[in-house]
Design a protein around this ligand. Structure first.
Ligand SMILES: Cc1cc2nc3c(=O)[nH]c(=O)nc-3n(C[C@H](O)[C@H](O)[C@H](O)COP(=O)(O)OP(=O)(O)OC[C@H]3O[C@@H](n4cnc5c(N)ncnc54)[C@H](O)[C@@H]3O)c2cc1C
Length: 381
């Protein structure tokens, strides 16, 4: 049992509450859980603040009015067992807090709004992550800048350097693109596995990257393929590599006044193969483990390799050591086995309700091996 005055690390809080480490980070980022850096510079939270996120069982009721059953070995604070309120505690409801709403008529107007309101403003694209966060009071922006009228940003096309995905390209646009399957198979494999059709109709690929949920699917694809994000602000434009974009759960290198206008994926060279394998508890669920794999093969040798992992770390993992094993070599069974083991070692999963860390590591190993063997078979055919 944690003492209320004790300071706990993020993994300790996650273990205590039996939630994912990313969830704890979310609370910290959203200001729900105050965190401090102590002597060794490790981020810690006070036991008392953790207790503040919990409610005594007696006051927590199901919709039917039946009190919840205490979970086995539930975390204890004092003498009462407690469960985490679905709303994050402290009176949040199904409605988001009040906010101002502006519909941008042009890109310039959108970035002008972001420049004016800075940290208080949030871009609204498909709303499939932002609105739920607001309902849970994990995000409380004072102003939403709706970019849905900027229809010029809804595109998906290829140029010499590669694929360009506009900020308003929905998941379903990627899913339905026939030509994309041959040229960008990792994206084509990922799109139908994101959420469910309702979410895919509205949610955007760029929004998913900006949201930076480590369990999201597109982030793994972006780091595997070394995508670039084009960010626009009133100060100008810059390009950010996906490999440096994700700083932590729900945290990116994007500045508050910046809007991502486009995501770019480099063109494949030679014989390209790619896929996205996802383990989910049920259709439409977030990933227990997601693995994005891509290889370019020329004369039987790997010229480029990309392996991105979702849901096995505080942010997306690029399995660089496994990638390096592949580049310059022919894909053999032994090499694939070695690379799969290496990728599993590079994963940093946490045990949670979706599975133990050990189990998730094994899933990474199996999925990377499976994807690379599919590449071998496709190349041989
Ligand atoms: C029921 C449900 C199931 C889901 N399942 C999955 C799943 O299985 N896999 C998965 O990956 N995701 C899943 N999601 C999450 C969702 O698919 C994406 O995170 C979502 O689509 C994000 O895109 P959006 O356009 O809706 O972004 P929004 O919700 O509009 O925005 C998300 C965040 O990104 C910012 N943002 C959006 N666009 C931009 C931009 N162009 N520039 C700068 N900032 C921007 C917003 O300000 C906000 O902070 C699920 C969501 C729901 C509701």
């Amino acid at each position: 049992m944690a003492d209320r005055d004790e300071y706990l690390t993020v993994p300790e809080v996650a273990q205590l509450l039996r939630v994912h480490r990313a969830t704890v980070w979310r609370w910290i980022v959203a200001g729900k859980l105050p965190a401090v850096r102590l002597g060794d510079r490790t981020l810690r939270v006070r036991g008392d603040d953790v207790a503040g996120l919990l409610r005594p069982a007696a006051t927590t009721k199901r919709a039917s009015g039946v009190p919840r059953q205490p979970p086995a070995a539930a975390p204890e604070f004092g003498s009462c067992w407690a469960v985490l309120s679905a709303t994050g505690g402290r009176g949040a409801g199904m409605y988001p807090p009040r906010f101002d709403y502006a519909v941008a008529a042009s890109l310039d107007e959108a970035v002008e709004q972001l420049a004016r309101y800075g940290d208080d403003a949030k871009v609204l694209a498909g709303g499939q992550s932002l609105i739920p966060l607001m309902k849970l009071r994990f995000a409380q922006p004072a102003r939403l800048v709706d970019i849905n009228r900027l229809t010029d940003l809804r595109y998906l096309h290829e140029e010499a350097e590669g694929l360009r995905v506009g900020a308003l390209c929905r998941h379903r646009d990627v899913e339905r693109s026939e030509w994309l399957r041959a040229r960008y198979p990792t994206l084509a494999a990922c799109a139908p596995q994101v959420a469910d059709p309702l979410v895919r109709n509205l949610g955007t690929l760029a929004g998913s990257l900006c949201h930076a949920d480590p369990q999201g699917d597109w982030g793994a694809v972006a780091v595997a393929l070394e995508a670039q994000l084009v960010a626009r602000s009133a100060r100008g434009q810059r390009t950010l590599p996906a490999t440096g974009f994700f700083l932590g759960p729900l945290t990116t290198a994007l500045r508050p006044d910046e809007l991502v206008t486009e995501v770019r994926f480099p063109a494949p060279k030679g014989h390209a193969f790619g896929t996205y394998l996802k383990l989910e508890r049920k259709v439409g669920d977030f990933a227990t483990v997601g693995v994005a794999v891509f290889v370019d093969l020329q004369d039987g040798r790997v010229t480029r390799a990309g392996i991105g992992l979702a849901a096995v770390g505080p942010t997306y993992v690029k399995a660089r050591a496994a990638e390096s094993l592949l580049v310059g070599n022919a894909l053999t069974d032994a090499l694939v086995t070695e690379a799969a083991i290496k990728a599993a070692e590079e994963a940093d999963p946490a045990s949670d309700h979706r599975g133990s860390a050990h189990y998730k590591r094994q899933v990474v190993r199996v999925f990377v091996g499976r994807a690379l063997r599919q590449a071998m078979a496709a190349h041989a055919a």
